[in-house]
Design a protein around this ligand. Sequence first.
Ligand code: PAF
Length: 288
Amino acid sequence: MVIVHSVGELREAIATRKRDGQKTVGFVPTMGFLHEGHIALAENARKQNDLVVMSIFVNPTQFGPGEDFEAYPRDEQRDIQLAREAGVDILFMPTPEEMYPHDGGIRILPGPQAKVLCGASRPTHFDGVLQVILKLFNMVDPDRAYFGLKDAQQLAIIETFVRDFNFRTKIVRVETVRESDGLAKSSRNVNLSPEERKEAPAIRQALSRGAELFQSGQSATDVEQAVANYITEQTSGQIDYVTMLTYPELATDDGKATEMILACAVKFQKTRLIDNILIQKDGKICSE
Ligand code: PAF
């Protein structure tokens, strides 16, 4: 595995390998503090491509004022080791100055999908995500890019971006990886207190119960209320939202949708956790 820090080195490393016959590039963009969720992305990329590129960059433009940019966990040496073990060929670790050398004024304006769920309380978050994804895709020019369903809203918005702006990159969805007690793996889990960590699996339990209620015929509004009640009873967290929408449109169901997302965000003392469950209208739960 080679580690590169500049855009020039990254492009050169990819071009050299392509000249040597490694034709397809799988890309795993991350913000580091790698866990099994990221490793699953890299493993999928490893299986489907000749070359695997991973980026580690805590992107400042997707954090709003007062959010956890400073507190976002970082551990470069551990990340390098884990990326190597996961079969990454090129690890791109740029500085903010390398990624954003100019104070340019151009931003990308995501559509209505970015106004709901996390977008309601993080109004500029997805602009920042699309900005960095556009830059990274231009730098790496991947055949496939891998995103986890844990961040289902991000994934839906990136799929729309790729479709609407004619990127050649195929977006590959990867299932959420969970702890044995059901808590979705997240770099932010380390910022839970021991007490909060014990409570946090209730989020997943609440969503599973919600999915069952929906399948038994309850309305989206009743399901949202039941999930919110369960989380409030079982945790000390504060609910940011519990919302059920169509997936991947992230719109209110007009009766024609085939797939729904039941998603929530819960704020704990030092961190905010998100999780979701995808439910097919025919009754199947298709994303655990
Ligand atoms: O999901 C993440 O870790 C980030 O939002 C991403 C996609 C790497 C962009 O910074």
